[in-house]
Design a protein around this ligand. Structure first.
Ligand code: ARG
Length: 600
């Protein structure tokens, strides 16, 4: 069966440890590691040292006992003991062959190609809080990362069998809406009777106009403040105008989500929790967690101090009685735990909100709302900077709209494709206009997503169109091309990859075959690692290594013959390896939110 090799080894070693040293003996899955240097083998068991400590024995003796006890005959070559007691092992070709041969011929899930992988362990309901722009304005480049990272993490969790709810915690409440409602009433009075007719072509300009009116007219400002009071008081007409505005703003967001192929995001903005705020704070008050300080209701948490070393409060209710951002987030956690039934809450929000989430998480732990098995994680990320390494701004110093950035990337991809035409691999075959258009869309958007996900989360990175559209290096075009190229091998040889006999054994003998097979079998480990620590760049690195292993395998000089391999069984075996590699790349790219294309 195609399964997680590291997990399999973990099971075997756990069994060996317990049968040698007693059922109570400690065991840690982390003792199995891939070897850093293939010279030593593929995996290493490094538990002999910690075991030696707790069992008060020599590491070398432990290693020898385990080497004799562990049953790995169907997995690896005989173990080697290295250094003070590391056990190194090398997968056998037979193991690789069995694993790969067991991969079903076709994808058997409508959305994900799991290559026959089964993920065991408990499945959870996970809430991924992602994207979450402020509806008062247009989505800008600053919203890219949360959207792209959130979607990838959500897909990977779903792939591994978890139930995921993607929540768009949009900013749809607060005083700035008084200003927007008032301006909307002025310029668009028919909105009250016909809210669906509302169309604001440029939300950003609309915001600027409203702000200008607010700053220049006292009469307007008074009406705006009045609108806030009416909104909070639940005045029907005011709510209708507010709702019309928010829906229009959400339409703008969803145009972007559709283009980015983000289809399962649930809009559940801050206003959704309004009714729950008082009860939320009351519950915390009853638990003795809320104190009044300078008229405001605050939660004080250990370890949170301001610059002067004084306790730093988490304010939940301001002195004017209004609940704030923190109160909304507390209510949202309560909802996610109790109504959604989530046991893992992931917040994909930039580093600047680190303190807010650290306090939120500490407050939840203190409240006792979450059992100890519940995880709350702030998946903090760094900024996407402009090409000059400074905050991303337009030439005039304004914010860059996300939709413009995406369009620009697609245009640049189109230009690159037009330039490449002629030197095309498949005999200079000209692409039709509609093909060019869909390829540019896939390449341009794929490039933006891939570039974002291939950086480690917490570092800032520069938006560099040339680099992300390059066919060299760890980029989307490189990966998409690697995929399309494998698919074209089938086309050129006149074979339908998807119709290869699924029971034909995959033979693993040649060095290049071995290396490729080992890379493919690492796929489940990569997924598991990301499920644990939520770093999608582990997947981009993996895919890059996988496609390099494929290039070596397919290389005329260093690799093997494929379409003209003999005998027929070897040819079929290698073609199946091609197909499985292509599927792994496709599946992996899909987990990054990227669609593959059959030809480029
Ligand atoms: N709307 C917020 C902002 O633009 C982000 C919300 C993040 N999610 C949350 N649950 N607080 O900064």
């Amino acid at each position: 069966m195609f399964s997680n090799t590291m997990q399999l080894l973990g099971d075997r070693f756990r069994h060996a440890v317990r049968s040698s040293f007693g059922e109570e003996c400690p065991f840690d899955e982390q003792w199995i590691k891939p070897c850093n240097d293939p010279k030593f083998g593929d995996y290493q068991f490094n538990g002999a040292l910690p075991l030696a400590k707790s069992l008060k024995k020599k590491p070398r003796d432990i290693a020898e006992t385990l080497a004799a006890a562990v049953d790995l005959a169907d997995i690896s070559e005989p173990l080697e003991i290295a250094g003070p007691g590391f056990l190194n092992l090398r997968l056998t070709n037979a193991f690789l062959s069995t694993a790969l041969t067991s991969i079903p011929a076709e994808q058997n899930d409508a959305e994900y190609d799991r290559l026959g992988l089964q993920f065991d362990g408990e499945t959870e309901t996970v809430v991924v809080d992602m994207s979450s722009p402020n509806l008062a304005k247009e989505m800008h480049v600053g919203h890219l990362r949360s959207t792209v990272i959130g979607e990838s993490v959500a897909r990977i969790l779903e792939f591994a069998g978890h139930t995921v709810e993607r929540v768009n915690h949009v900013g749809d409440w607060g005083t700035q809406f008084g200003m927007l409602i008032t301006h909307l009433r002025d310029v668009n009075p028919q909105v009250i009777n016909d809210p669906d007719s509302l169309a604001i072509s440029d939300l950003e300009a609309f915001y600027v106009e409203a702000k200008k009116a607010f700053d220049s007219s006292k009469e307007f400002a008074d009406r705006a403040r009045q609108a806030v009071v009416q909104l909070q008081g639940g005045d029907e007409e005011t709510l209708a105008v507010w709702r019309a505005f928010c829906n229009e703003s959400l339409r703008h967001c969803h145009a972007i989500y559709d283009r980015l192929d983000i289809t399962k995001l649930i809009d559940r903005g801050e206003s959704f929790y309004n009714e729950q705020l008082a009860a939320t704070v009351q519950e915390l008050t009853d638990a003795g967690m809320v104190e009044t300080s300078d008229g405001a209701e605050c939660i004080f948490l250990d370890d949170f101090k301001n610059r002067d070393g004084d306790p730093l409060p988490m304010i939940v209710r301001k002195s004017d009685g209004g609940f704030n951002y923190s109160a909304t987030d507390l209510a949202a956690v309560r909802h996610r735990l109790r109504e959604v039934g989530a046991t893992r809450l992931i917040y994909v929000v930039g580093i600047p909100q680190q303190q807010h989430f650290a306090m939120l998480i500490a407050a939840i732990h203190k409240s006792g709302w979450a059992t100890s098995s519940v995880r709350l994680e702030h998946l903090a990320f760094g900024s996407m900077l402009g090409p000059d390494g400074r905050p991303f701004k337009t030439r005039e110093g304004g914010t860059v709209k996300l939709k413009n950035l995406l369009e620009e990337a697609v245009q640049a991809a189109r230009a690159a494709i037009d330039k490449r035409q002629g030197g095309d691999e498949e005999g200079g075959r000209a692409l039709s206009e509609s093909q060019k258009r869909s390829i540019s869309e896939a390449v341009g958007l794929g490039a933006v997503k891939y570039a974002d996900l291939s950086h480690s989360l917490t570092t800032d990175y520069r938006f560099d169109m040339n680099k992300m559209l390059s066919f060299e290096g760890n980029t989307a075009p490189y990966m998409l091309y690697a995929y399309a190229r494998i698919r074209s091998i089938g086309r050129k040889a006149g074979i339908d990859f998807d119709k290869l006999p699924s029971d034909a054994p995959i033979e693993i003998e040649h060095d290049a075959e071995i290396a490729l097979a080992k890379m493919i079998t690492r796929f489940p480990e990569v997924i598991n690692q990301i499920v644990r620590d939520l770093r999608p760049n582990v997947l981009t690195e993996y895919l890059y290594e996988l496609s390099k292993a494929f290039s070596r395998f397919y290389d005329r000089r260093h690799g093997v013959r494929v379409t003209d391999a003999e005998p027929e069984s070897t040819r079929t075996s290698r073609l199946r390896l091609c197909q499985i590699t292509a599927r792994t790349i496709k599946s992996g790219l899909y987990l990054l939110g990227i669609d593959t294309i059959e030809q480029m």
